[in-house]
Design a protein around this ligand. Structure first.
Ligand SMILES: Cc1cc2nc3c(=O)[nH]c(=O)nc-3n(C[C@H](O)[C@H](O)[C@H](O)COP(=O)(O)OP(=O)(O)OC[C@H]3O[C@@H](n4cnc5c(N)ncnc54)[C@H](O)[C@@H]3O)c2cc1C
Length: 475
C-alpha cells in the first residue's frame, strides 16, 4: 500500500517529503474515465468525507491554505444534531438547524463540494470510491461521524426510532402526532395507551432532553389540540441502564436532572435495560413490561467507518485509531476527525467523548496542521480543551457543568437554562438560523406553544384498527 507508513524506510517517516514526492499535480483528471468530474487546481487536494462539525470546521480552516478542498457528503447540508430533538418535538423547524454547504462556504475560492456517498477508500491508489465516481486525493480526511448503536439487536433496530438525522427527527415528530390522531378513534384502554405512551431508552443528554420536551407537549400543547383525550393516560418512560442519568456529568447535574424529570412526571427506570421490544411490548431486565408503539432509541452510537483501510486501525467502537495529529494509525496521508476518530491518551483512554467540541477542535487544528505540513513546519499535537457539558430538561430547567479558566462551575435551573439556550443559539451555523431559533424559542416561551405540529412524510405509526374490526369504533 503506497500510503502506509513503513517503519524501515526513513523517508516514510517524513510526511512533508512524502507529500512532495507523491503529490505532483495530475492535469485535467476529470477527463479520465470513471473519475468524478472536478477541476484539478494543480495544488495538493484535500478530500474531506463528511461535513459535520469536524469536516466543516476543517474545510473552513483550510480557506487560506495552498490546497484544493473537496468536501463530499451524502447530504447537501450541515445538520446541527444537538437540536434534532427539538425538531422531533415540534419546537423547531428542520430548516432552522441545517445549513447548505454551498451557502456556508460560497465565498471560499478553494472549496469544492460534491453530493455523494463515499463507499470505499483505496489507499494504494489514493482514491475514494463514491456514488458519483472515483476521486483522487493527496490528503484524505474521514469525518463521517457516528451512527446509532443497537448492539446487534436487529429487532430493536427494526421496531424503534433512533434520532440521529433530520429524517429520523421528522419521522419521530410525524409518529408522535399520528399516534394522537389515531388515539382519538380508539376505545380499548390498552390500545389507547400503546399509542399515548412513549418509552425512551438511554438516559444521556438526548434521552433526558426528549423526555423533558415530550412532557412539555403533554402539559402545555396536546391537551389543547386533543381535547377528547385524557392526558393522564399519557406516560413517558425513560429507561437508563446505569444508576444515574447524564453519566459523565457531575453528580449534582445527574441528581438535578432526575429531580426535574420526576417533577415533570416522567417515569425514570434506573439500573434497567430493555431486554426486548417487538413493536408493542417492552420487556425490561427488571421483569417489568411496558406497552408502547413508540420506543425511541437514544442509547448509544458507534463510529461510521468506510471500507478499504487496514482493519487493524479500526477499534471495536468502530472508530479509527489516530495519533495525536489525527493521522489514522499506519497511514501518512489519511486522517480522521470527530466522532469517527479515537485518540487514546492518559486522560481519555478510549478516545475523546463523541460530542461537538472535540470534533470542532480537531477539525480546526488539522486545518492548521495540513498547512504546516505543506510549509514543512512541525505539526502541533491535539490537546482537548474541555469546556464542560450541559443538558436541558425543559422550560427553565437545565443543568450545566462549565469549565472556565481551570475552574468548574455547576449551574442548574433557570440560569443553566439561559446558558444552554445562549450556547446553542451561538453555536448554530448561519446567521439566519440563529435569528430564527431565537425568535422561535422566544415565541414558544411566552405562548407556551410549539407551533410546528405538522405530519409531512414518513411515519412509523402502525394503523391501529382493532376497534374498527370489532365494530367498536367510537363515532
Ligand atoms: C440527537 C443528538 C444530540 C446530540 N446532542 C449533543 C449535544 O447536546 N452536545 C454535543 O456536544 N454533542 C451532541 N451530540 C453529538 C454531536 O452532534 C456529535 O459529536 C458531532 O456531530 C460529531 O461531529 P462529526 O463531524 O464527527 O460527525 P457528524 O456531525 O455526525 O457529521 C458526519 C457527516 O458525515 C456524513 N457522512 C457520513 N458517512 C458518509 C459517507 N459514507 N459518505 C458521505 N458522507 C457521509 C454525514 O452525512 C454527516 O454530514 C448529539 C448527537 C445527536 C445525534
Amino acid at each position: 500500500m503506497a500510503a502506509r507508513r513503513n517503519p524501515d524506510n526513513p523517508a516514510a517517516q517524513n510526511p512533508v517529503k512524502q507529500h512532495h514526492e507523491r503529490c505532483r499535480p495530475v492535469p485535467h483528471l476529470y477527463r479520465m474515465e470513471g473519475l468524478t468530474k472536478i477541476d484539478d487546481l494543480g495544488k495538493p487536494r484535500v478530500v474531506i468525507v463528511g461535513g459535520g462539525f469536524a469536516g466543516l470546521e476543517l474545510a473552513k480552516a483550510l480557506a487560506n491554505a495552498p490546497v484544493q478542498v473537496v468536501l463530499i457528503d451524502k447530504q447537501n447540508y450541515h445538520a446541527f444534531q444537538p437540536l434534532l430533538y427539538q425538531v422531533a418535538t415540534a419546537g423547531l423547524d428542520e430548516g432552522d438547524i441545517v445549513a447548505p454547504f454551498r451557502k456556508i462556504l460560497s465565498e471560499q475560492k478553494n472549496f469544492y463540494f460534491r453530493l455523494a456517498e463515499v463507499m470505499a477508500v483505496n489507499p494504494a491508489e489514493q482514491v475514494v470510491e463514491t456514488s458519483i465516481g472515483r476521486l483522487r486525493y493527496d490528503y484524505l480526511v474521514l469525518a463521517t461521524g457516528a451512527t446509532s448503536n443497537f448492539f446487534g439487536d436487529a429487532e430493536m433496530a427494526k421496531n424503534s426510532i433512533a434520532i440521529k438525522s433530520v429524517e429520523d427527527a421528522l419521522e419521530l415528530r410525524n409518529t408522535v402526532l399520528s399516534n394522537f390522531e389515531q388515539a382519538l378513534q380508539l376505545g380499548d384502554r390498552e390500545q389507547l395507551n400503546s399509542l399515548l405512551d412513549f418509552v425512551i431508552v438511554g438516559g444521556g443528554p438526548t434521552g433526558v432532553e426528549l423526555a423533558g420536551a415530550l412532557s412539555e407537549l403533554r402539559k402545555h400543547v396536546f391537551p389543547r389540540d386533543y381535547r377528547e383525550l385524557d392526558f393522564k393516560e399519557m406516560d413517558i418512560h425513560l429507561v437508563q441502564s446505569g444508576p444515574v442519568l447524564l453519566k459523565g456529568m457531575s453528580a449534582n447535574a445527574s441528581e438535578q436532572a432526575l429531580e426535574s424529570l420526576k417533577k415533570f412526571k416522567v417515569q425514570v427506570w434506573l439500573d434497567a435495560r430493555v431486554k426486548s421490544y417487538d413493536g408493542y411490548t417492552v420487556t425490561l431486565s427488571t421483569g417489568q413490561k411496558l406497552i408502547t408503539r413508540t420506543l425511541i432509541w437514544a442509547a448509544g452510537v458507534t463510529g461510521a467507518p468506510i471500507a478499504g483501510l487496514d482493519p487493524a486501525c479500526l477499534l471495536p467502537s468502530n472508530r479509527y485509531c489516530v495519533d495525536e495529529y489525527n493521522r489514522v494509525l499506519g497511514y501518512e496521508n489519511v486522517f480522521a476527525v470527530g466522532d469517527i476518530a479515537a485518540m487514546a491518551g492518559p486522560d481519555y483512554p478510549d478516545g475523546h467523548p463523541m460530542v461537538a467540541q472535540p470534533a470542532l477542535q480537531q477539525g480546526r487544528l488539522l486545518g492548521e496542521n495540513i498547512a504546516r505540513l505543506l510549509a514543512r513546519q512541525p505539526l502541533r499535537p491535539f490537546k482537548y480543551d474541555d469546556k464542560g457539558s450541559m443538558a436541558t430538561i425543559g422550560r427553565n430547567h437545565a443543568v450545566a457543568d462549565i469549565k472556565l479558566f481551570g475552574k468548574e462551575y455547576h449551574l442548574q435551573g433557570f440560569v443553566a437554562w439561559l446558558a444552554w439556550s445562549a450556547v446553542h443559539v451561538i453555536s448554530l451555523v448561519g446567521f439566519r438560523n440563529r435569528i430564527m431559533v431565537l425568535l422561535g424559542w422566544t415565541w414558544s416561551y411566552f405562548s407556551f406553544d410549539k407551533g410546528l405540529r405538522y405530519i409531512i412524510g414518513k411515519t412509523k405509526s402502525p394503523l391501529v384498527s382493532a376497534d374498527m374490526e370489532e365494530g367498536k369504533a367510537i363515532v
